[in-house]
Design a protein around this ligand. Structure first.
Ligand code: PLP
Length: 339
């Protein structure tokens, strides 16, 4: 059995639902690439289709598959007010006939009215889910605890809750969506020259760890640069390392990714999660203006901003680079007053 077949077979052991529009396109960004002095391509995971698409669709196919197998009737999830994960989970729960409770955390200080009412919040409301709030933004375990408490209450009322937490104390089912995405990319890449680097957002780390694991499991050694959107590199690197080890545990493999192979860059993060900065604003405007392609302020704008910084510092200049677009465009409408 080839490594590709072995990985595909291993993944089929896990329940999942199929809602994503796949494969997503892989396209060239000639104009922006020329501006930046590199050969630039994009993997269009903003086009995964379901409920405005994005990376979270691939991840949630595994969580919702698991929830269905466990006969859950209610999905609980926590995230930032403008979380794409929350919006997509809520939509998928509804699609499969489940109730959904979402918990929105105060993660972005000083956010205005649009942030609280438009973009993903508007979509959450349209989905008819129950909305709870959590007053602290940086307390991952506190948010998860509050979610478990909500689940206990629902259980007492006779429901069968399924909890999707923020922390890393559960098996990385969402990352399996990106292990699978590595197989999709591998099939598309056969007609192209190899890339020198793949650049992708790194937040919960499901996307980054899953993609890195999937590539290495099939012998593809392309560097994967995770652009930090949530926490500094000194915290994000161990998080990604831990998650690749967790994927090994889940798939019954060993040391598929060496920790030294985990690369993160946090140059575009300041002043912090969900806060616009100059390089992100420039990335959003240049990508729209030169390619007709939209990015968002919290995730993909920062990732393209990081890519631009690496191009301009010389690290990526002249290289063949794949920007992995992870969607999130509904978030744009929550920042209309800042763009
Ligand atoms: C649009 C978008 N891109 C990237 C990310 C980061 O992905 P991950 O949480 O898998 O690290 C997120 C996370 O919420 C997201 O919504």
């Amino acid at each position: 059995m080839s490594p590709v077949e072995r990985l595909a077979t291993n993944l089929r052991r896990f329940p999942k639902v199929d809602v994503a529009h796949l494969p997503t396109p892989l396209e060239k960004l000639s104009n922006l690439g020329e501006d930046l002095g590199l050969s630039l391509f994009v993997k269009r995971d903003d086009c995964t289709g379901f409920a405005f698409g994005g990376n979270k669709v691939r991840q949630l196919e595994y969580y919702i598959g698991d929830a269905k197998e466990k006969d859950a009737d209610t999905v609980l999830i926590t995230g930032a007010v403008q979380s794409n994960f929350v919006r997509t989970a809520a939509a998928m729960a509804r699609r499969f006939g489940m109730q959904c409770h979402i918990q929105l955390e105060e993660r972005v200080s000083g956010a205005g009215d649009l942030y609280r009412s438009n973009g993903n919040v508007l979509l959450d409301r349209l989905l008819g889910v129950t909305i709870h709030t959590f007053p602290v933004g940086g307390d991952e375990s506190g948010a998860d605890k509050a979610l478990y408490k909500l689940a206990d209450d629902l259980r007492e009322q006779g429901h069968r809750p399924y909890v999707i937490t923020l922390g890393t104390d559960h098996p990385p089912l969402g990352a399996l969506g990106y292990v699978e995405a590595a197989l999709e990319y591998n099939a598309q890449r056969q007609d192209l020259d190899a890339f020198d680097a793949i650049v992708v957002g790194s937040g919960s780390a499901s996307t980054h760890s899953g993609l890195l694991y999937g590539l290495r499991a099939i012998g593809d050694q392309t560097p994967v640069i995770g652009i930090c959107v949530r926490r500094a590199a000194s915290l994000q690197k161990p998080r990604v390392e831990g998650r690749v080890d967790d994927i090994d545990d889940l798939l019954g493999t060993n040391d598929t990714v060496q920790h030294g192979d985990v690369r993160v860059f946090d140059g575009a993060l300041t002043p912090g999660y969900g806060k616009l900065n100059d390089i992100t604003r420039r990335a959003i405007l240049d990508t729209a203006g030169r390619e007709g392609l939209f990015l968002d302020p919290t995730y993909t704008g920062k990732v393209m901003g990081g890519l631009m910084m690496l191009a301009e510092s010389g690290e990526l200049s002249g290289k063949r680079v794949l920007f992995w677009h992870t969607g999130g465009q509904p978030g744009l409408f929550a920042y209309a007053d800042q763009l």
